[in-house]
Design a protein around this ligand. Structure first.
Ligand code: ZN
Length: 132
């Protein structure tokens, strides 16, 4: 694990936070796990499956995959790039020391796992406060 990242409590359970400033475009970490077929992924199910394309997914439930603590953000500060079946996470903007990291999990995941419970990302929490 990158030594400047810490797992801490966040609004959505546990989250991954940075203890130093990160510049936009910086490679943060790989979403690691076993490469499995999307068929296997669909029969296994679970929250830590990362679909790479129509054929392959990464099962990131293992403890060594610290990036599984990165939560969904509707206004993300990280983005994912797929390269040779690897899931690589980069900073999509400058991130300040102390901020939680988040990327957009995509519409499919959002509808299946987040929407019904209500999104607890910083953007949606802020929106709730100003609307109430
Ligand atoms: Zn949200």
């Amino acid at each position: 694990m990158r030594d400047f990242l810490r797992v801490k409590r966040s609004a959505s359970g546990l989250g991954l936070f940075t203890t130093k400033d990160i510049m936009q475009g910086t490679f943060i970490m790989e979403y690691t796990g076993n490469l499995i077929s999307t068929q296997q992924a669909e029969s296994r199910g679970g929250r830590y499956l990362f679909k790479i394309n129509s054929k392959w997914a990464v099962d990131g439930k293992g403890r060594e995959n610290m990036s599984r603590y990165i939560n969904h953000f509707c206004q993300p500060n990280c983005e994912v790039q797929i390269s040779k079946k690897m899931v690589l996470i980069y900073a999509s903007r400058d991130i300040e020391k102390g901020e939680e990291l988040g990327y957009d999990y995509g519409a499919e995941y959002f509808l299946a796992h987040i929407k019904t419970k209500g999104c607890k990302c910083p953007y949606c929490r802020f929106k709730k406060i100003i609307e109430s």
